[in-house]
Ligand binder design. Structure first.
Ligand code: NAP
Length: 284
């Protein structure tokens, strides 16, 4: 049975393809899609079927999803009408006769007030209404959202507005493995998995960053508008800065807290310890 992955040209999608291969799915049964397919030429060399697909180009989606049984729809990295892009993918999946769709959503999508959640909520509703069998992989925060900022933390410390809110975070590879499990095993139809790993506060992140760098890195909690201003000062467009800062508001309110046993149950092991992901980032 053919499994297609969108966003395979990005971080998470590529890791999902790697997880499918690691689980023994024949390379020729995997369709890796995205726009910048030159980035996954190495997957084609390994026998993975690489097809260009642009959410804004329905014909490309029709060609990419032809003959596909299961679609792993990785949410788009382009935030301009993201829900519309996902709807186009769902429509194409329906036209292609795809058997089921697993969509990478956001933790606690049913109740989330995060600005980031709106597109996911709209996509979940659209997928439900499509009549296609679906599974929602409601991913929590990536640990890499933090570990990738090690150089900034070293220079300026950890700054945020999450107070002592706890978020359950996991490495992209953990979420990828969960997606691969759902795509290759039965019994996931109609289910929404709230996925996350270790529960951490931003003070914990600062402590972990201190541990891996050997330098004292502190967490400074800031009012939301101050954090937004800092992000704008760092070069983010104001609406993007507002969305990032809003995520800290959500973390403070516990909106990215989930039970880690759900991810653990899917992948058969605990999520990667946050310290390990930071050690890997520090190593290079
Ligand atoms: N849970 C979290 O902490 C978190 C953090 C950041 C993002 N996210 C969400 O999770 C998704 C996957 O994360 P990631 O780290 O893998 O992001 P990423 O590396 O930025 O990948 C984003 C993917 O979206 C694809 N894309 C963008 N516009 C597209 C279009 N018009 N048609 C088809 N594909 C398009 C990109 O393909 P091309 O490069 O080929 O255009 C790329 O493969 C993100 O896109 C975002 O929605 C979650």
């Amino acid at each position: 049975m053919t499994i297609a992955v969108t966003g395979a040209t990005g971080h998470l999608g590529r890791l999902i393809v790697e997880s499918l291969l690691a689980r023994g799915v024949p390379a020729g049964d995997i369709v890796a899609t995205g726009r910048a397919t030159e980035r996954i030429a190495d997957l084609a060399d390994r026998g993975v079927v690489v097809r260009p697909a642009d959410y804004l180009d329905p014909e490309s989606l029709d060609a990419a999803f032809a003959g596909v049984g299961t679609l792993v729809l990785v949410s788009s990295g382009d935030f301009a009408d993201r829900a519309g892009q996902h709807a186009a993918a769902v429509d194409a999946a329906k036209r292609a006769g795809v058997g089921r769709v697993a969509y990478t959503s956001i933790a606690n999508a049913d109740t989330s007030t995060l600005l980031l959640a709106h597109d996911h909520q709209a996509t979940e509703a659209y997928l439900r209404a499509s009549g296609l069998p679906f599974t929602f992989l409601r991913n929590g925060w990536y640990t890499e959202n933090y570990s990738a900022q090690l150089p900034t933390y070293l220079a300026h410390g950890v700054a945020g507005s999450a107070g002592d809110g706890v978020a359950n975070i996991a490495a992209r590879a953990d979420y990828a493995e969960a997606a691969a499990v759902v795509a290759t095993t039965e019994g996931h139809e109609g289910k929404a998995y709230e996925l996350g790993g270790q529960g951490v506060t931003l003070a914990d992140i600062a402590a972990i960053a201190s541990e891996v760098t050997g330098q004292e890195i502190a967490y400074t909690d800031l009012p939301l508008e101050v954090l937004t201003g800092i992000l704008v000062g760092a070069g983010l467009p104001e609406p993007v800065a507002a969305v990032y800062a809003d995520a800290d508001r959500g973390i403070k309110a516990g909106e990215l807290a989930v039970d880690p046993s759900v991810l653990e149950g899917l992948i058969g092991r605990p999520a990667t310890p946050v310290l390990d992901t930071f050690k890997a980032a520090a190593a290079g």
